[in-house]
Design a protein around this ligand. Structure first.
Ligand code: FMN
Length: 325
């Protein structure tokens, strides 16, 4: 029988899952039969993610991390995806995401051990070829050839710049950036300067460039070099074009997404999403056309994986009380 202490320990492990802008929107409510997972609508991105798809993906990644964390304690769960119901009434301020009903004992899934090892690496990867040991997934095209990586890198830079030209998106990104260690939420959520690979000076430049100086820099055509990631993108060992059934809920897609990231972590690879490519209709279509991802599938994410050239940055995670609803 799983105890409340076990459940809270599993919630803390589940919170290690990746979430968009490190918003960590997943909240838990437990009862005798199991857990309800809800998405905190105050921790979503109205400008960048108006449909809540990234919030759903993030909650899905946390749900799968919870499945793994509970299995590591011998506890099985049956997950019911409730995202599509769009229930925003049962728990005010939240959208019900899933139900996890306790079942019988289960064996540990070896991927659980990767929850602590997976992280996002924003920078150049180790150029030495990584051994992928035949890694493959039916829901991901794994691009390893220099031509393909170069094409995705150039397209990614175009899409990234176009996205950043939206003032509301820049404002929202800045809101979730913790550019000073003195920010009151620095240890809890959002994007720290260490996580973004910035020093103190780069953090100050980012605040100005994404804020008041953007219009001038853009007129002077200086924003492309500021936002370009192509050199780092092409240094990755593999770029995964992750696609799922077109009609799948983001909650279920997010569960599979976490497993993709944990499999990469098992190979010693850190990930760096290039979300602008999947979020922009034209580039999403171009990637699907090039890699034969048909209309029955949805390109969910393009993510670079490679060996990081530095240690894992300190993690910002919400305290336990913030994970409950
Ligand atoms: C749906 C989704 C989209 C994301 N998009 C990006 C992105 O475009 N660029 C980026 O650098 N990180 C992106 N991330 C990574 C998150 O910012 C990262 O998971 C979060 O900051 C927590 O850090 P961690 O992965 O190191 O634990 C995305 C994550 C998710 C779940």
């Amino acid at each position: 029988m799983i105890t409340q202490t076990d459940l809270h320990a599993a919630m803390a492990r589940a919170a290690l899952a990746p979430t968009v802008h490190n918003t960590q929107p997943a909240r838990w409510r437990s009862d005798e039969a199991g857990l309800t997972l809800a998405c905190d609508l105050a921790a979503t991105l109205p400008s960048g993610d108006p449909l809540g798809r990234d919030a759903g993906l993030s909650c899905g990644a946390v749900a799968e991390a919870m499945v793994l964390a509970l299995a590591a304690r011998g506890q099985g769960v049956q997950v019911t995806d409730l995202w599509a119901q769009g229930d925003r009434a049962s728990i005010p301020g939240h959208r019900i995401a899933a139900r996890l009903d306790l079942t019988g004992p289960v064996a540990t899934d070896p991927l659980a051990a990767m929850l602590e090892r997976r992280f996002t690496w924003r920078g150049r990867f180790d150029p030495a070829p990584a051994a992928l040991f035949g890694w493959g997934r039916a829901d991901a095209v794994l691009v390893t050839d220099p031509g393909g990586k170069g094409w995705l890198a150039a397209l990614g830079d175009d899409a990234g710049l176009a996205v950043m030209r939206d003032p509301a998106l820049r404002h929202e990104l800045l809101h979730w950036m913790r550019l000073s260690p003195r920010h009151p939420r620095h240890a809890h959520d959002g994007l720290s300067r260490a996580a973004m690979g910035f020093g103190a000076l780069e953090a100050l430049s980012a605040r100005l460039a994404l804020g008041p100086l953007w219009p001038l820099l853009d007129r002077l055509r200086l924003t492309r070099p500021l936002t370009a990631e192509a050199t780092a993108t092409t240094s990755s060992a593999v770029i995964a074009c992750f696609h799922r059934p077109a009609d799948e809920s983001p909650l279920s897609s997010g569960r599979a997404y976490l497993r993709l990231c944990l499999e990469a972590a098992h190979l010693g690879l850190a990930g760096w999403p290039l979300a602008a490519l999947s979020d922009t209709a034209a580039t999403n279509a171009a990637v699907c056309a090039r890699y034969g991802i048909g209309p029955d599938r949805r390109l969910i994410q393009v993510i670079r994986f490679g060996k990081p050239t530095g240690p894992m940055p300190p993690r910002a995670r919400r305290p336990a009380a913030e994970l409950l609803c």
